[in-house]
Design a protein around this ligand. Structure first.
Ligand code: PMT
Length: 415
């Protein structure tokens, strides 16, 4: 694995020679790219000695660019890891700046990007830093840590760079780079729906909902990291397509239904995280509807149930639904699991501004004979845990010769 290790100017940079050693022990080739201030904390001589490669730090270094340009370096990388990542580099990455070698390279790479933030605990909790973290996470950057504990500044709290051993384990671990073999979903195709749908009323108006797509996009990133080929069918959202994922954009429930069935025959796993409109206006007017009486009635008709239609296929993939409920969460979720013949359902409470269009979520996952709780955490971390659970339930039910679909058929017969 080729790893570009970006080192920025934080005190934790003194740990990077150890990090390089641990990455190399795991078989990685490591190319260092330092920012100008990183040299205040660790020397080029030490880094060159442990990495065995000349250090890159300057976008305008003609000699270095002649041997491997920053674009070639961006292509060479299987993973870009920035450790330590200061508040400054997070802000520059979030803004899309490209004034130096490291930020230019991050914009130019198709490899997964991971950052290991390290800073004083108050800086880490600053709303500006947290907004940058959330934005980077939304764009598919893996945020590794920070850990909690005593800090170089004498304070104690969240902001320590994860230990070199832990970072090395994560980025060289199975499935970190999309398409890597050895991940929990390696060799599998996963189709995911995400975001809201838009049901047109007339040329300027539509019905939609508050789904941001964050949960579905995080699942797509996590499934790709677990080694799957991922097709993401997305309603209209304001998120960048995740790296290494085939993203297809749709608008209405009917579009999403069509796009799903175009690809579903390849799928081993289907995850329906989209908030699909249950009804649409019977007709979409071709001219803007004019204001007339004090009230207006819109006649609505049911949309196709994408999830139920996939679960009903003769050769259905392992099918995971979501249930968004304001009350009787577990009762309604189990009803959907059984009535729609699903392998698994992820239930989230959407009361009091929860789940929709926020960065965190808490869910309860149900399947025919089991249940597991996932307490509130960032959607990215939650998606990783859900993908692990889906992979293990897939393996238990569809893997080497177990009975599960039978239990689902029995379940349907009872309802
Ligand atoms: O996008 P975010 O802002 O990150 O928010 C995430 C989320 C809250 C949207 C997500 O976690 C979630 O709960 N998604 C499902 C929302 C929903 O529509 O739930 P439901 O209970 O109404 O639908 C049940 C299931 O049927 C869902 O898997 C849904 O995708 C599917 N469905 C519903 C109707 C329809 N016509 N076709 C479907 O496939």
């Amino acid at each position: 694995m080729n790893i570009v290790l970006g080192i920025t100017g934080g005190i934790a940079a003194y740990k990077t020679p150890d990090l390089i050693r641990r990455l190399r022990e795991r078989g990685a080739d490591v190319q260092i790219v330092m920012t100008a201030s990183a040299g205040e904390f660790v020397t080029e001589t030490a880094l060159q000695a442990v990495s065995g490669r000349p250090i890159r730090s300057n976008l305008w270094d003609r000699e270095a660019e002649a041997s491997m340009s920053h674009i070639e370096l961006a292509r060479w990388a299987d993973v870009v890891l920035i450790a330590p990542a200061t508040a400054e580099i997070m802000a520059r990455l979030a803004s899309g700046a490209a004034a130096d070698l490291l930020t230019t390279l991050v914009l130019a790479t198709e490899a997964p990007v991971a950052i290991a933030p390290a800073m004083n605990r108050v800086m880490w909790s600053n709303p500006a830093v947290q907004a940058n973290r959330a934005l980077l996470e939304e764009r598919g950057v893996a945020i590794l840590g920070p850990g909690r504990g005593s800090q170089a500044c004498g304070e104690t709290g969240a902001g320590r760079m994860l230990e070199p051993d832990e970072l090395a384990d994560i980025v060289t671990g199975p499935g970190f780079a999309p398409g890597e073999t050895g991940g929990a979903l390696s060799g599998k195709t996963v189709v995911i729906t995400a975001g809201p749908t838009r049901e047109p009323i007339d040329p300027v108006r539509y019905l939609t909902n508050r789904s941001s797509g964050k949960m579905g996009y995080a699942l797509a990133t996590a499934a790709a990291r677990a080694g799957a080929r991922v097709v993401l069918i997305s309603g209209p959202v304001d998120l960048a397509p995740p790296r290494g994922v085939e993203t297809r954009s749709v608008l209405s429930a009917a579009d999403m239904h069509r796009a799903t069935h175009d690809v579903i025959s390849d799928a081993d796993v289907f995850i329906a995280s989209a908030a699909v409109a249950d009804y649409r206006p019977v007709t979409a007017a071709d001219k803007k509807i004019k204001k007339t009486g004090e009230t207006m009635t819109l006649e609505m008709v049911r949309t196709p149930d994408i999830l139920a239609s996939v679960a009903a296929l003769p050769d259905a993939p392992f099918t995971v639904g979501f249930a968004a409920e304001t009350d009787n969460l577990l009762g309604y979720a189990r009803g959907k699991l059984e009535n729609k013949s699903l392998d698994m359902i992820v239930a989230n409470c959407v009361r009091d501004g929860k789940a929709f269009d926020v960065d965190d979520n808490a869910v309860e996952v149900l399947w025919a004979d089991g249940q597991q709780s996932f307490p509130t955490t960032g959607k990215s971390a939650l998606a990783g845990e859900l993908v692990d659970l889906i992979a293990s339930r897939y393996e238990a039910t569809r893997g080497t010769g177990t009975e599960p679909r039978l239990s689902i058929i029995r379940l349907n017969d009872q309802t």
